[in-house]
Every structure is written in structure tokens, then in C-alpha cells.
Design a protein around this ligand. Structure first.
Ligand code: KG4
Ligand code: ZN
Length: 371
């Protein structure tokens, strides 16, 4: 079975063809048009600009991916397309229907609905978070091939992105129970805001983590918010405020203001200390969730899952404290928003007989998984 995945929930216009066969996925094609350079000058994603870019880009990307002579041939193809190696047919369409920016989601959802209608193929509206979790089943991006890891349930998934920080329990494929979530900022948002305070590049996560590699994680004492709260919720807004105070009083030239009694701090040290604080909270709560759910597997997903310190810390903590729990993490390429993970989640949803109606599927900006 071959699935066309469509992802436009934020600022990446991504389309993918993913084949599911005999226990594995093959990512046959993936094209992602990033808008990072456009939003960089605003220091964040501007929803109206993002939606317009999706609308202008999605058909050129589709045309590039499928060998189409014209949009007319798109309608007449019935989902069958001639590639160099012969005719291939698209059997289903999976599109991100939420959560995300409503105007951005609308573009992808409407294209998905139209194609499903034209080709008379099943349509599945996929939850973006579900996609980030499904990325754990995708093969390494370089080879595009690989066996689907045998993931045993119950599994606990830590999803950390620009908009979400959630712990979900999966008793089986396609079933999600929310165990905990952030009460304010998401982990990725905290990275982005810290980067902004430090005058670093957008998006902030990669910039902070790159500098953190050269810094001392014990240089600044930062809080570990809610680490001992007894529940599985998170809060990162206080951490951001703590970083602001540090930046205003101790970083660079500003530390030499009258009253600046402590020696100046290097930006790399602030980055490393901040990263350590976030990762420590994430890892502690993930272990608590795994214990509570008697998990056999821990999965990781979302843009912040690209953070090497988080990956290393989680792997080490699980190996030490819960050695029977298997740790699975997605290939780095599949951590950021992409349509291959949406196609994979769509495949699982189809196995569960989940389908959306092309006439009525509507994007849901606040779609919460597992509540
Ligand atoms: O999943 P994603 O691509 O988009 C959303 O669904 O939000 O996640 C983007 C977030 C941004 O906040 C970005 O700064 C963060 O993931 N991020 C990272 C790293 N790479 C991306 N955060 C920490 N370390 C990284 N290496
Ligand atoms: Zn995402």
C-alpha cells in the first residue's frame, strides 16, 4: 500500500510517498519546502504569511513529486502515476488536520480532500502529534528503507516540539492517553525564547544546542520547574524568566554595569545550563511516566527530539534506572515536521479502520490527542 502524506500545520510544506509493505515502511519520495528564511526576519512564524506560502507552494511541490504534465492530468490520473520504473498507484491520502495554525492546516486539508475526491481514495485526517510519534517507525532517512521496529506496548511517548510538550501512553497502536502536558510554554518554545534573549538565530533550538556543546552545564544555577511536582505536567515559562534575569545581569558587557558583582558569563555556558535544566526535567518525568504505565517501550518525537543532549540523557537514564524498557528514537531527519511521519500515522489509522470524509474533513487547530 502506498500513502501520500501531506503536512502543512506550521511553516513546512511537506509531501511524501510512503510504501507500507511486509512489516516495514519505505519512504519513496519526500519533498519539503521550508519557510524558515521567510519567517526568520520576524523572529517567529507569521500565520498569514505561512498560509499564503503553503497555498503558493503546495501544487508546485506536488507537481515535482508526481510526474504530472499539468494539473489536468492530476485529476484524470485516478491516483495512478507513471514513474521511470513504471506505473505506481497511490492507495490513500493522509493529511495533518490539527493541531497547528488554522490557516496553514486549511491549505493541506483542502488539497488532501480534493485529491481524495478526485481519485476516489481513502482520506485520513492525522493528528500532528500522532505523526511525531509515528516517526519512530520510519526507516533511517539515508537509506529510505528498514524494518519497522517491533515496538512493544504499553509504550510511553515524550513529544517535544515548538507547540507541545506531552507524555502519552499507548496501550496499542492508534490509542493514546495523555499522561501529562505543559501548563504554559512548550519545550521548543522555551529554547526559541532563550535564543532570542541571547540574540541567537531563529529557530532557537538548534542554535542553543550547538552553542551548549561548548558550554559548562553547571555554570549557572537554573530552576528545574515542577521536577518534584508528583504529577507528569511541565512548566517552562519560569525557566525562561530565570534566563532573562541572568542575561540582563551577567552576560557579556552588561555584567559590568554598576552593581554587577558576578563575573561575566559566556553565552555558551548559559545555553548549556539552560539545556541541562530542560533535559533533566523532561527525562525525570519521562521515567516517572514509564514507571507509572509499566511501559515496555519509550518513544521520543517532535522538533526538540533532535536535541543530542536530550537523546543521550534519556538513553542513559533509561539504561540505568529502567533497563528492561526499550528506548526508541526517530532518525534525526524525521524529528522536524515532515510528511513521511504523517503518511506512517495515516497507515496505522487505516489499519484501525479510521477514515475521514473528503466532503466534511475540517482542520482543527486545537485538536488534542488522548484527552
Ligand atoms: O516539531 P517541530 O518541527 O514543529 C512543531 O510541531 O512545533 O518543532 C520545532 C521546535 C522549535 O521550537 C525548535 O527550536 C525546536 O523544535 N528544535 C530544537 C532542536 N531542533 C529543533 N530544540 C532543541 N534542540 C534542537 N536540536
Ligand atoms: Zn511538529
Amino acid at each position: 500500500m502506498r500513502i501520500l502524506g501531506i503536512e502543512t500545520s506550521c511553516d513546512e510544506t511537506s509531501l511524501a510517498l510512503v510504501r507500507a509493505e511486509r512489516g516495514r515502511f519505505v519512504v519513496e519520495k519526500i519533498l519539503t519546502a521550508s519557510q524558515i528564511l521567510i519567517h526568520k526576519k520576524y523572529g517567529g512564524v507569521v500565520p498569514e504569511v505561512a498560509a499564503r506560502e503553503h497555498a503558493e507552494t503546495i501544487f508546485p511541490v506536488l507537481k515535482k513529486m508526481l510526474p504530472l504534465d499539468s494539473l489536468r492530468s492530476l485529476g484524470e490520473s485516478g491516483g495512478k502515476h507513471s514513474f521511470a520504473r513504471g506505473k505506481v498507484s497511490i492507495d490513500a491520502i493522509a493529511v495533518t488536520a490539527g493541531p497547528g495554525l488554522i490557516t496553514s492546516l486549511r491549505v493541506g486539508v483542502d488539497v488532501g480532500r480534493t485529491l481524495a475526491w478526485l481519485w476516489r481514495k481513502p482520506l485520513i485526517g492525522v493528528n500532528h502529534i500522532e505523526g511525531h510519534i509515528a516517526a519512530n517507525w520510519l526507516p533511517p532517512a539515508k537509506s529510505g528503507r528498514g524494518t519497522i521496529p517491533k515496538i512493544e506496548f504499553p509504550a510511553v511517548a515524550l513529544v517535544v516540539s515548538g507547540g507541545h510538550t506531552e507524555l502519552l501512553c499507548m496501550k496499542k497502536l492508534g490509542h493514546y492517553e495523555l499522561m501529562g502536558a505543559t501548563r504554559d510554554d512548550a519545550a521548543g518554545e522555551a529554547f526559541d525564547k532563550t535564543a532570542q534573549l541571547l540574540g541567537l538565530d531563529y529557530p532557537g533550538g538548534p542554535a542553543v544546542s550547538k552553542l551548549a556543546e561548548k558550554g559548562n552545564p553547571r555554570a549557572v544555577k537554573l530552576p528545574r520547574p515542577m521536577i518534584a511536582s508528583g504529577d507528569l505536567d511541565f512548566s517552562f515559562s519560569g525557566l525562561k524568566t530565570a534566563v532573562r534575569v541572568i542575561v540582563e545581569t551577567r552576560v557579556g558587557a552588561r555584567s559590568s554595569r554598576p552593581g554587577g558583582i558576578t563575573p561575566p558569563l559566556r553565552v555558551a555556558d548559559v545555553c548549556a545550563s539552560f539545556e541541562e535544566a530542560v533535559c533533566e526535567v523532561l527525562v525525570t518525568k519521562t521515567l516517572a511516566a514509564a514507571k507509572k504505565a509499566r511501559a515496555k517501550t519509550v518513544l521520543l518525537g517532535g522538533g526538540v527530539a533532535a536535541n543530542r543532549r536530550l537523546r543521550a540523557m534519556l538513553a542513559a537514564a533509561l539504561a540505568e534506572k529502567l533497563p528492561k524498557v526499550r528506548y526508541v528514537e526517530p532518525d534525526l531527519v524525521w524529528t522536524s515536521d515532515n510528511a513521511a511521519m504523517i503518511a506512517a500515522a495515516g497507515y496505522f489509522a487505516l489499519q484501525e479502520k479510521r477514515r475521514s470524509d473528503p466532503l466534511t474533513l475540517a482542520p482543527d487547530a486545537g485538536w488534542e490527542l488522548g484527552r
